[in-house]
Design a protein around this ligand. Structure first.
Ligand code: CAO
Length: 562
């Protein structure tokens, strides 16, 4: 075992950089090339890798320390053969060459003095880095930029660098987009230099020159007025240079954020100078997952019960009225359930070509049967069903609908692109009015359940809905929905289909009606039915047949057996 020293390698002309992240601790086993610390200037951040595999014996830097080429980073215990003591900065620099190279600036290109010259902005010498990715574009055509203002950020797996403007001027065009891979000499864009965009400031920007060979790039091509080729360089640390408001994070943290799909610009950095650490990204992810925070994209895409201003549909804007001008008002936020159901209802109302058929069912005998069944059950608690369970009209409606859905399977289907999916299960949703808004619990496998069981389940689910305790599973999977206003009143209404279902039955309060039997008017208990259906899947004739059949079953359940 030998202990070697790991030093900060050649980092070009950067006098001092700040240690912003310690990526290892005493006792850690590291691989050769594994990043040990992250350092940062105001324009670039770099990870300093280990020259050998080994175990960290002692860390010689702390967060916030200023380091430069040759500074001791840590002591590493390395195994026998690999134990090549690293005497000093030079050897460390050799190992860390790619990183150091990233910080090396290109030689200044000849730049002609010209009033309002168009300048090519090119990727400077970025050392051994090939195909670095454009991860941020900080300007757009038309922007006025100062000399040295950052144009784009590029990133390798070990360093991120901002490429600055070679001179002050106005951005004419950009030749790169996010995700592009760029190399030395690639065109970043065109800049219309201001009158002062002369050779002097550009040369000053390009001043840092390292020992690294300067590649013969287009940047060094002779200037031909009025287009001036200029190298865009990674600048040296310039105190006071303009730094754009952008997330500060090391390449590994940026990569981590990208893998999680976290928008880094929305993460609040808790590290030194507001630096975003891996912990910050994790904390942001946790709070979004827990619903405590929203990304801007989520907020923009969040369901809006009002459906926005209608602009997306090419409609005129929603009227904006100052209601307070006309009288006293009170403003209350909508409940979460109302917002969600509102957005769903709007989509379904707009996207489905829906038609509603109204009809009446004679439920005189069924209601008599329901009442007598309840009386009997109260006395005897038959069929193992608790005497308190009351058979409801809605339970009969669910069974009657299952029979009609079986006879007319297109009502138990869903549209999937150009295909119709017929479901061989019959899960019936029922709309429940709750203090927080409309909810739709689902009676699963209603075809396999009897009236008592359905009545009992409905009572339990309706209570859970009112108490806000329904689980997502209890509200999903419906193949058809019934909305009953029977307990309240009304005559007919036009319910909105609960997509991706293709039909919904609305039921209102039954009333005693005089019905002509061919000889005389008879008093019959009449139930108003309103069936809304999706005209893409169902025809009007089928809808009329469905309603007629449903009415026949409700009038005489024995028809189910036929
Ligand atoms: N005609 C006449 N009376 C009816 C009836 C009908 N069609 N349907 C129910 N009733 C009676 C019941 O028999 C009960 O009478 P009793 O108290 O004398 O026994 C009373 O009305 C109350 O019934 P209910 O509404 O509490 O029970 P239900 O089983 O019919 O319905 C539920 C349960 C959860 C569907 C209902 O409480 C509910 O929330 N309905 C509103 C649904 C809704 O909001 N739909 C609109 C959706 S679109 O915005």
């Amino acid at each position: 075992m030998t202990t070697i020293e790991i030093h900060v390698p050649d980092i070009g002309d950067f006098d001092e950089v700040t240690v912003i992240e310690l990526m290892v601790k005493v006792g850690d086993t590291v691989r050769a090339e594994q990043s040990l610390i992250t350092v940062e200037s105001d324009k670039a951040s770099m990870e300093i890798p280990s020259s050998s595999a080994g175990v960290v014996k002692e860390v010689k830097v702390a967060l916030g320390d200023k380091v430069k080429q040759g500074s001791l980073v840590l002591l590493l215990e390395v195994a026998g053969a690999a134990a090549v003591p690293v005497p000093g900065p030079a050897a460390a620099a050799a190992v860390a060459a790619p990183v150091a190279a990233a910080m090396v600036a290109a030689a200044p290109a000849p730049v002609a003095a010209a009033a309002s010259a168009v300048v090519e902005m090119r990727v400077p010498d970025i050392g051994d880095f090939k195909d670095v990715t454009v991860i941020e574009i900080l300007v757009k055509p038309g922007d006025t930029v100062a000399a040295e203002q950052s144009l784009i950020t590029v990133e390798s797996d070990k360093a991120s660098m901002e490429i600055p403007a070679p001179a002050a001027g106005v951005i004419q065009s950009l030749a790169v987009k996010l995700g592009d891979k760029v190399n030395i000499g690639d065109l970043v864009g065109m800049l219309l230099g201001a009158a002062s965009a002369s050779a002097a400031p550009v040369a000053a920007v390009a001043a840092p020159v390292s020992a690294a060979p300067v590649a013969a790039a287009p940047a060094s091509a002779p200037a031909v007025a009025p287009v001036v080729s200029a190298a865009v360089v990674v600048p040296a640390h310039t105190p006071g240079a303009s730094v754009l408001a952008m997330p500060h994070a090391s390449p590994s943290v940026r990569k981590f954020a990208r893998e999680l799909g976290v928008p880094l610009e929305e993460v609040k950095g808790q590290g030194p100078k507001g630096r975003i650490t891996q912990g910050d990204v994790q904390a942001f992810t946790k709070s979004v997952m827990a619903g405590a925070a929203q990304t801007k994209a989520q907020a923009a895409n969040a369901p809006k019960a009002s459906g926005g201003d209608g602009a997306a549909l090419g409609l005129i804007p929603w009227p904006k009225v100052d209601f307070a001008k006309f009288g006293p008002i009170e403003r209350k936020d909508m409940s979460r359930i109302k917002k969600i159901s509102g957005a769903n209802l709007l989509r379904n109302a707009v996207l489905i070509p829906a038609v509603t058929n109204h009809d009446d069912a004679d439920i005189t005998d069924l209601e008599a049967f329901r009442i007598s069944t309840n009386l009997e059950n109260e006395k005897t608690a038959k069929n193992g069903i608790n005497a308190s369970v009351k058979v409801t009209m809605l339970a009969f409606l669910i069974k009657a609908c299952v029979a009609a859905l079986k006879k007319y399977p297109e009502f138990n289907s869903s549209l999937d692109g150009d295909a119709i999916v017929y479901k061989n299960y019959w899960h019936i949703g029922f709309a429940a009015d709750t203090p927080n808004g409309l909810m739709v619990p689902v009676i699963k496998d209603a075809d396999k359940k009897g009236i008592f069981q359905i009545s009992q389940e409905m009572g339990e689910l309706a209570k859970k809905a009112r108490d806000g305790k329904l689980s997502p599973a209890e509200m999903s999977g419906a193949t058809f929905t019934i909305s009953s206003l029977g307990g309240i009143g009304g005559r007919y209404f036009t319910p909105i289909i609960n997509a991706p279902e293709v039909a919904i039955l609305g039921v209102c309060r039954s009333t005693m009606e005089p019905i002509w039997d061919g000889k005389a008017f008879q008093p019959r208990l009449t139930l108003p039915l309103s069936l809304t259906w999706d005209h893409r899947v169902i025809d009007g004739a089928a809808a009329a047949r469905f309603n007629v059949y449903l009415g026949q079953i409700l009038a005489d359940f024995r028809r189910v057996l036929l």
